[in-house]
Design a protein around this ligand. Structure first.
Ligand code: ADP
Length: 523
């Protein structure tokens, strides 16, 4: 059927309940008011005469100027060319005797000034039984201006298009879920990374690319987030197109509508694989290191104590044996002497290990009493000379200022410091190399110097000599040792709020200088 959209000529007009233009009776006047009082355009089609009636508002919507005569012919030209096609078909369907009589189309009208008006046009057909059968005798319709709504929808579509274009540029995987956490949209990166198709990913399809070991936790966390309506942040693995799983930081947060109701969820997954691997490796390394330190500390303290006891007995018996052997002939005195020296060596090692173990466990207690460094140096040097083998040709000279040099500290520990420095001076000097101990003072410090003319310390080794177990390469070649003495010396000096310095030149000699704060009253 074809329709001419035409206002019926006045003489053809049939009185109708919708004819707002007719106000001949009070009832019709009221109807006219009702029809024109709202923003709705009313129209009526008589399929028998093919005539159309338009209300005033309908004419406005159609862009017909008020001065256009009543029987103007709208023609199809006012309808936007893209929308013309389906209006006649929709009208036919509405008036199909076998159909439900409904008509509903949204279409655009091009006004004479070029403005485009969107209308929502709906109608209902009225059927009548005739001798020829059931047929439509009228179509009663209403039109509403929906330009603003359509514009808003177009704006939303446009901003969505912008959002999607932007989202496709992001290196992260992005998606949106509906209120029940079913996925509705993914950015391009998701499809590239997972190699899923949009059909595979939709709904719960994303679960398929989550690492099987992580799925339960992921679902549980999501469930809790949805229950609470709270954002979620967790890490899990997502399968890459080549089947490799990589770690992602996944953040999901709810989007709320104007009423504050959650309307959807947005998610973003950032690849943190390398970072997480490095973190795990670092945590492992730290745990292993801590375990190793713990084992070492335990071993040190246990071994030192356990070794000390039998050694004390051994050294006692070696001494007795030595005295008895004095009168014996042959190799025996030499052998007992060797035993004594080895026992002493072991005792020294164990004492140092014990010191280190105490240092590490914070058990190295420094007693604080006034100490005269001059007197302390005199006794220590004397004691040290006594330990030198009778055959040794080393000389140890002591030079002191007149009077006392008082500091506050632990005399036993300070003796240990000087003793260690003297031992090194002799150990790292050629036979007969002289050693000097020089005591001095500055305005605020007592100064203890141990000078030798030995092998010296290479420049590159000098910064490390106070580290535990460190030995310079020329030192290793010269004499056996453990690399612990200077470490302990450094720690003791530091606990006296003092400093230790070394001046050394390879092949020339070394000077170790200990500086300790003077006791206030002595200044
Ligand atoms: P050890 O003497 O048992 O090796 P130390 O901690 O006492 O351990 O000394 C650390 C290293 O510093 C030595 O191995 C040696 O290389 C160097 N060193 C220490 N004192 C001297 C010195 N007076 N002359 C030359 N080198 C020294």
């Amino acid at each position: 059927m074809s329709y001419s959209i035409r206002r019926p000529a006045a003489h053809h007009a049939q009185p109708s309940s919708f004819h707002a233009g007719t106000s001949d009776t009070p009832a019709n006047a009221a109807r006219a008011w009702a029809v024109e009082g709202f923003n709705v355009g009313i129209w009526e089609l008589n399929p028998v005469t093919n005539e159309l009636y338009w209300s005033k508002r309908a004419r406005e919507l159609l862009g017909v100027a008020p001065d256009v005569p009543e029987d103007w012919d709208l023609g199809w030209s006012a309808i936007h060319p893209d929308d013309r096609g389906w209006i006649p078909a929709a009208l036919d369907r509405a008036m199909d005797p076998l159909g439900d009589g409904h008509y509903h189309v949204d279409f655009r009208i091009v006004h004479p000034d070029g403005r485009i008006v969107w209308v929502d046009s709906r109608a209902r057909a009225v059927f009548k039984e005739t001798p020829e059968g059931r047929r439509a005798v009228g179509l009663f319709g209403a039109m509403l201006d929906i330009t603003e709504r359509k514009q808003a929808e177009a704006d939303v579509r446009q901003s969505e298009a912008h959002f999607h274009a932007l989202a496709d540029l992001v290196p992260d995987l992005l998606w949106s879920n509906n209120v029940r956490a079913k996925s509705e949209w993914y950015n391009q990166r998701w499809f590239e990374y997972t190699a899923q198709t949009s059909e595979e990913a939709r709904g719960d399809g994303w679960l398929e690319v989550i690492h099987p070991d992580d799925r339960e936790t992921v679902l549980r966390n999501l469930h809790i987030a949805v229950e609470r309506g709270a954002p979620l942040r967790h890490e899990h693995r997502i399968r890459r197109s080549d089947g490799v799983y990589r770690w992602f930081l996944v953040q999901v947060r709810p989007v709320r509508d104007e009423q504050g109701q959650i309307s959807s969820w947005y998610g973003a997954a950032t690849d943190i694989h390398e970072e997480r691997m490095a973190r795990i490796a670092a945590e492992q390394a730290r745990a292993e290191a801590e375990a190793a330190v713990h084992v070492r500390d335990q071993f040190l303290s246990m071994a030192s104590h356990e070794l000390r006891t039998p050694l004390t007995a051994l050294s006692g018996y070696a001494y007795v044996l030595g005295t008895v052997a004095q009168s014996s002939a042959g190799e025996i005195p030499k052998l007992t002497d060797t035993i004594t020296r080895q026992v002493e060596r072991l005792t020294r090692l164990i004492d140092r290990l014990l010191d280190i173990s105490r240092l590490q466990q914070g058990q190295l207690v420094i007693e604080r009493h006034p100490v005269d460094i001059v007197a302390l140096a005199a006794t220590t040097v004397a004691d040290f000379r006594a330990t030198l083998p009778a055959t040794s040709s080393h000389t140890v000279e002591l030079r002191c200022p007149a009077g006392h040099v008082l500091i506050e500290g632990d005399a036993d520990r300070l003796e240990e410091v000087l003793f260690n420095l003297l031992s090194n001076a002799v150990k790292y000097s050629p036979e007969g190399g002289p050693v000097h101990v020089v005591i001095g003072r500055s305005a605020a410090e007592a100064i203890v110097e141990v000078q030798d003319q030995g092998i010296g310390i290479p420049v590159d080794a000098q910064p490390h000599v106070f580290a535990a177990f460190y030995r310079a390469r020329n030192g290793r070649a010269q004499a056996p040792g453990f690399g612990l003495g200077l470490h302990i010396v450094g720690e003791i000096v530091q606990r006296h709020n003092g400093r230790i310095e070394v001046d050394s030149a390879e092949g020339v000699g070394s000077t170790f200088r200990v500086l300790l704060p003077l006791l206030d009253t002595a200044r």
